[in-house]
Design a binder for this molecule. Structure first.
Ligand SMILES: C[S@@+](CC[C@H](N)C(=O)[O-])C[C@H]1O[C@@H](n2cnc3c(N)ncnc32)[C@H](O)[C@@H]1O
Length: 246
């Protein structure tokens, strides 16, 4: 169905989009008090073509990104990222009247931000590839290619809960457990958004929270500072309590 004819907006998507959000978008959507925590270990799960990791590295963060798309060569990733960015811009254009443009200002400005972000990502992805550095790891949840208790902060943007019609609940639950596995005691996992592609709150969120082991994991909602999609005004913060190995 043409989304413009529907009474409610829907982001039509087959498979997973591969987007290229900027560090500024990450800082706002995850409400990060310290966007680049120097000397800390940070993992971006489902990082796609985002330049958060590239920028964080410039600020002294031991940042890593993981995504199944990182099997691609730098040239393939660049071309794929560009096509995905243009496709996303077209879809967002058709849904434009439903979106809150207060953060971006306009669709043109959003596209500028994304273009710059893709360039930063591509340059860093190429450089790490050439130098044999494993900053961009091919893989994903629920089998993250990292040792347990490796990170102080784990981020996941526009993957979990967004695709709740494509990914079953069991995969979401296993994915979140895997993110918590690689988190150190006292560390945080931040997940955004909590709405699906129909811009409805994902029912998986509350179900998952009900199943978490409250002795080892605390959770809270925080207001997101990137109110772009309808209903996307908060994020989920999961904290691994101190002295609780998992
Ligand atoms: C919409 S993009 C988000 C990219 C980036 N986080 C951003 O906000 O711009 C979703 C990403 O999830 C990745 N993905 C798909 N399956 C995954 C899995 N099992 N584990 C981790 N990432 C996965 C896709 O390859 C895609 O790059």
């Amino acid at each position: 169905m043409n989304p413009m004819q529907a009474s409610k907006p829907v982001y039509e998507q087959a498979g997973f989009a591969v987007t290229c959000r900027s560090p500024e978008e990450y800082a706002a959507m995850f409400a990060l008090e310290e966007p680049f925590p120097a000397e800390r270990d940070v993992l971006d799960v489902a990082a796609g073509a985002s330049s958060y990791t590239a920028e964080a590295r410039l600020h002294g963060v031991r940042a890593y990104a993981v995504d199944p798309q990182y099997a691609k060569t730098p040239a393939e990733m660049e071309e794929f990222g560009r096509r995905e960015m243009e496709t996303a811009a077209g879809k967002i254009g058709r849904l434009s009247r439903h979106m809150d443009w207060s953060f971006y200002g306009s669709p043109e400005r959003q596209l500028e931000i994304r273009k710059r972000s893709l360039e930063r990502f591509t340059a860093d992805y190429r450089k790490r590839h050439e130098e044999g550095e494993t900053v961009y790891r091919c893989g994903g949840v629920p089998n993250l290619p990292f040792e347990s208790e490796s990170f102080d902060l784990v981020l996941c943007s526009h993957f979990l809960f967004l695709y709740d019609e494509q990914l079953p609940y069991e995969l979401h639950a296993a994915a979140v457990r895997d993110m918590l596995r690689v988190l150190r005691s006292g560390g945080e996992a931040r997940i955004y958004p909590l709405v699906n592609l129909r811009y409805e709150p994902s029912a998986f969120v509350e179900r998952l929270l009900g199943e978490l082991d409250g002795a080892s994991i605390s959770y809270r909602y925080e207001p997101s500072e990137l109110p772009f999609m309808p209903g996307s005004d908060r994020l989920l913060v999961l904290q691994k309590n101190r002295n609780c190995g998992r």
